[in-house]
Design a protein around this ligand. Sequence first.
Ligand SMILES: C[S@@+](CC[C@H](N)C(=O)[O-])C[C@H]1O[C@@H](n2cnc3c(N)ncnc32)[C@H](O)[C@@H]1O
Length: 282
Amino acid sequence: MSTDATARVRDEWNSQAASWFRQRESLFAASRPIHEWMIDHLDIRPGMRLLEIAAGPGDTGFLAAERLDGGRLLSTDLSPSMVESARKRGAELGITNADYRVLDAQTMDLPDASFDAVLCRWGFMLMPDPLASLRECRRVLVPGGRLVFAVFTGPEENPFASLPARILMEWGFLPKPTEGWHPGILALADRTRLLSLIDRAEFATVHVEPVSMVWTFSDLDDYWAFLVDLTALGPLVRTLPAETRDRFRAAIDEQLARFTSPAGIALSSRCWCGVCRTASVS
Ligand SMILES: C[S@@+](CC[C@H](N)C(=O)[O-])C[C@H]1O[C@@H](n2cnc3c(N)ncnc32)[C@H](O)[C@@H]1O
């Protein structure tokens, strides 16, 4: 696994953390179908030890933490600034049964079989080595433990990401998804590739299904702020030369016209939501 690539991802998400904290309520409201599916499939039990990886501001884990009844959440992220956001968010929500830690989910400094469940919403596709992370999830889970995750499906179902990504690819600022592994918002869109990674991580069972949500924006400026301040494409967009960035913005505005109504902009979105279980002791 490339430590340079992981360091780059960490720097990029450090730069997004303040915006994620500012937008925590609206992000969480828009994505409700996804985290509700995840919580429903977590099989929450009293005293459960729960790990959240790539937690960002931590809301999915906090939703579970409130129901752990004597259990404890370890909320983690690669980005120290995101972990600070989660710490503030946990305090704001009055969560008292959570601990916080900076953690690279590809190499977890955690003992074997130390958690009953792991949560990962919108994390694996952004990692330079998602297989390493899936294997680490399996390792830290108890026998019969479960990993519940969400990653985005394909470009046609996720215009919020594919519209800007296609332009950036055509203009040579992003690699095309033809060969090799390039982390990105839609990098685990292919169900076969996703299932193959899970299989190679040696989970005993897996169930994956599509779950839909909708991103809404009041106007073009609102979408642009979302793209630049919150998505994984933001750090790249910020480094485009000013003239290119203006042309890019104009190209996006043009493409968003067909998603715009007097009520604003509505972009449907879909995730693969999955639950994987480790083998039980016989
Ligand atoms: C799109 S955000 C999702 C945040 C949160 N899970 C949510 O759904 O609101 C992706 C998060 O993955 C984290 N991340 C990326 N690579 C990681 C890695 N190798 N280990 C742990 N976290 C990572 C980023 O720092 C960022 O906070």
